[in-house]
Ligand binder design. Structure first.
Ligand SMILES: [Zn+2]
Length: 193
């Protein structure tokens, strides 16, 4: 167990159901480029759960849509609570491995199965590009006292609920970052999760 998160199959089934609900909202909208109808164009993923969330590897469908208008065909991939952009690891793995690297006693921490250089890259992302995102602005407007030098730990520890609830909320907060093709992602995430 990592930081008391369970991250079993049920956890991912819940995330998948939320992703489906978000996808339904996107499906009901129109192509952002031409206003054409959106058709289902899901694609397969092979997410890695490492030692943190092996049961999450069973969830392999990334919901996505394509504009149905000939000559446009623009893709619209909804925000997701499972997949963080094109990263091969599940979003929870990115978070938990980053938390593990931030633990006070890193040496005795449980092995995550994620190569150290990968985790280092993620920490660089949290401490660099992430700081300039609208997502962080929204988080800081909502949570008082987030220490930007200790992200992601300083965010997740301020969220209410059990460890799994904290993680789900964290994934929901980050979800607008998970797609580059649906730019107003946060409006599809409202009141979900
Ligand atoms: Zn279009």
């Amino acid at each position: 167990m990592f930081d008391h998160f369970t991250l079993k199959g049920e956890f991912f089934a819940t995330l998948e159901a939320l992703d489906r609900a978000i996808a339904r909202r996107v499906a009901a909208s129109r192509c952002s480029a031409c206003g054409g109808p959106l058709h289902a164009g899901n694609y397969p993923r092979k997410p890695r759960g490492a030692l943190i969330a092996p049961e999450g590897e069973a969830f392999v469908v990334r919901f996505s849509f394509c504009c149905g208008r000939e000559g446009c065909r623009r893709r619209a991939t909804p925000p997701s609570l499972r997949f963080l952009g094109r990263r091969v690891y599940l979003a929870v793995v990115v978070i938990v491995a980053s938390l593990a690297a931030q633990a006070i006693d890193v040496a005795s921490a449980q092995p995550t199965g994620v190569p150290r250089r990968t985790t280092r890259r993620w920490l660089t992302w949290w401490r660099g590009p992430f700081l300039a995102t609208e997502v962080l602005l929204a988080i800081r407007a909502r949570l008082v006292g987030v220490d930007v030098g200790r992200i992601p730990r300083s965010i997740i520890e301020r969220l209410p609920g059990t460890a799994d609830e904290q993680m789900r909320t964290m994934l929901h907060l980050l979800a607008p970052l998970t797609t580059g093709s649906v730019l107003d992602g946060s409006c599809f995430l409202r009141d979900i999760a």
